[in-house]
Write a protein that binds this ligand. Structure first.
Ligand code: NDP
Ligand code: 8X3
Length: 251
């Protein structure tokens, strides 16, 4: 069987990085994307004795940069079988009336529009080949809204709406589209959300949060189903978490 190639956005950290490592174990060639070039370089170095790896450095919010980066792919990496739209973050945790406009822009432009730009650049080739698999990393925050989550939750609700829309519109072409929606995963997510503030350290204390590797294994499971099976929507919590606000903590 032909070796597959996956393009993963947000591969410099957390879920994206763990997914790259998991895919490499399963002999999937990789196009790794992110803004932090040095992290991409070191991950490439780590994985390139297992699979072929190419890196693309761009900000998903920059429309021109997205298309330029994808057009620049060398011939051997041009055919993308699997797209993992993972890049994204929360910025801030504030009531709507206290929300910061730059935080709102970062979330809507990155989590929603960035995902759209990358998909727009890659869908034509999948349509032409009548095959491909797109996984959008949503969140439990895309299924419920929690206090002060307002705009982040809105961005992840939008990811789920876009996922459903993509699945409908790409249905005639045999392209699989689905969302993987985690609850609390211990990554750099909270450091980014709280801008490095010490409050971030407390988020995963007192319970066993999901680890990036847990989500990576689930993503591999999703992409390794037989051709006729498409996991459309998957919600996963740590055992200690029942919903966005109910977490059994032992402090
Ligand atoms: P991390 O902060 O560890 O990783 C985020 C990744 O996204 C980094 O690789 C970062 O790369 C990339 N990224 C962020 N903004 C941009 C941008 N504008 N352009 C390009 N790349 C960008 O967090 P996670 O691994 O936890 O987050 C990954 C995804 O999972 C996100 O979509 C998040 O919303 C989602 N998620 C996370 C959960 C959690 O609890 N951690 C739960 C549910 C969903 P770089 O900075 O190098 O550009
Ligand atoms: C990340 C999970 O609960 O911090 O999407 O929003 S949460």
């Amino acid at each position: 069987m032909k070796q597959k190639t996956a393009l993963i956005t947000g591969a410099t950290s957390g879920i994206g990085k763990a997914t790259a490592i998991e895919f490499a174990k399963h002999n999937i060639n990789l196009v790794l994307c992110g803004r932090r070039q040095e992290r991409l370089d070191s991950l490439k170095k780590q994985l390139e004795d297992q699979v072929a790896v190419h890196t693309l450095t761009f900000d998903v919010r920059n429309r021109e940069a997205v298309f330029k980066a994808i057009e620049s792919l060398p011939e051997t990496f041009k055919t993308i079988d699997v797209l993992i739209n993972n890049a994204g973050n929360a910025h801030g945790l504030d009531t709507i009336q206290e929300g910061n406009l730059d935080d709102w822009d970062a979330m809507m432009d990155g989590n929603v529009k960035g995902l759209l730009y990358v998909s727009k650049a890659l869908m034509p080739q999948m349509i032409e080949r009548q095959s491909g698999h797109i996984i959008n990393i949503g969140s439990s925050a895309g299924k419920e809204v929690y206090p002060k989550g307002n705009v982040y939750c809105a961005s992840k609700h939008a990811v789920l709406a876009v996922t459903e829309g993509m699945r409908i519109d790409l249905n005639p072409y045999g392209i699989k589209v689905g969302a993987v929606n985690p609850g609390l995963v211990e990554t750099e997510f909270s450091k980014v959300r709280f801008k490095g503030d010490a409050i971030a350290d407390g988020v995963y204390k007192g319970f066993k949060a999901l680890q990036a590797e847990d989500i990576a294994e689930i993503i591999y499971f999703v992409i390794s189903r037989p051709l006729h099976v498409n996991i459309a929507d998957l919600l996963v919590f740590p055992t200690a978490q029942a919903n966005s606000v109910t977490v059994k903590k032992e402090l």
